[in-house]
Ligand binder design. Sequence first.
Ligand SMILES: Nc1ncnc2c1ncn2[C@@H]1O[C@H](COP(=O)(O)OP(=O)(O)OP(=O)(O)O)[C@@H](O)[C@H]1O
Ligand SMILES: [Mg+2]
Length: 307
Amino acid sequence: MQTISIINYKGGVGKTTISANLAAELAFRGKNVLVIDLDPQASLTFSYFSVDDWRNKYEKTKTIKNWYDAFIDKDADLDLSSLIVRPGRVNSAGLKGKVDAICSHLALINVDLDLATRLVGGSARDLRNNYLRVHSRLRQGLASLDPDLYHFCLIDCPPNFNIVTKNAIVASDYLLVPTKPDYLSTLGIDQLKTHFRELVSTYNGYVKETDDEQWEAISPEILGVLFTMISVRNGAPISAQQQYIQQVRGQVATLDTYIRENKTIYADAPEYGVPVVLKRVSGRTYEDVQDELEELTTELMDKLDGK
Ligand SMILES: Nc1ncnc2c1ncn2[C@@H]1O[C@H](COP(=O)(O)OP(=O)(O)OP(=O)(O)O)[C@@H](O)[C@H]1O
Ligand SMILES: [Mg+2]
């Protein structure tokens, strides 16, 4: 299983939209995909399930918050696989593979605070062990899943760099970073890169110091920045956006595929539970949008094959 976090602590750049569409297209091509919604806004969860369904069936016992709560309250290791649910609509859209999900919870926001209190410790040794235990939580949970169950695990991250987000990075093989090509967003990429490097180096530093063999060094990699919300004129991004795209290309790996802005098409997607890429709608504009999402999936798979 390859684990990919869809991450950027800038909000509203298309993380959830990309997670949902990528998962659906991969499954359409025969892959088995697990998506984990780590955002307390729960947008991905509510793109698969109605609020009533979530309340009645999942809120109390089947969300990622329940899993963290078990750890925080009882030091217990709830089986991550017991939280996996299958969204009906997307799986009825002619997939050759499948999409499974672990839902989020609006109170996941409190988990970050509770995990932070777990980090404190008296001795340097306590601090180190607490750091590794807290940050590797999701990594250990994913390692406990049957390795043949899924080809991909996609983690939709919240727009912050709190402990739950760090859990996603520690658990990941790769990061995919959706970004708008504008001034503030491109500044954010540099910060994300720095914080990402600091996290990996602190984690691996602690691993090196300990002689406890349960901990291993991590090496997540930035697969690339994916430009989203692109305004296309004459078949290419407008020049104001080109400028920022070029700037980022000099700093970090980027994907060739970009995702154009189309408020109408993307806005009504979640209502139907089936993401844009799998909808059966004809028309040039719709096809252009779907083609990009398919190209993105192909580019990612090629990149991963080349690793
Ligand atoms: N390519 C696009 N063109 C136009 N609108 C888009 C596009 N992608 C996403 N959107 C819309 O923009 C909004 C934000 O998208 P999305 O929720 O995917 O971003 P996000 O990065 O996950 O946000 P957050 O940081 O809040 O989790 C949504 O209303 C979504 O429908
Ligand atoms: Mg989101």
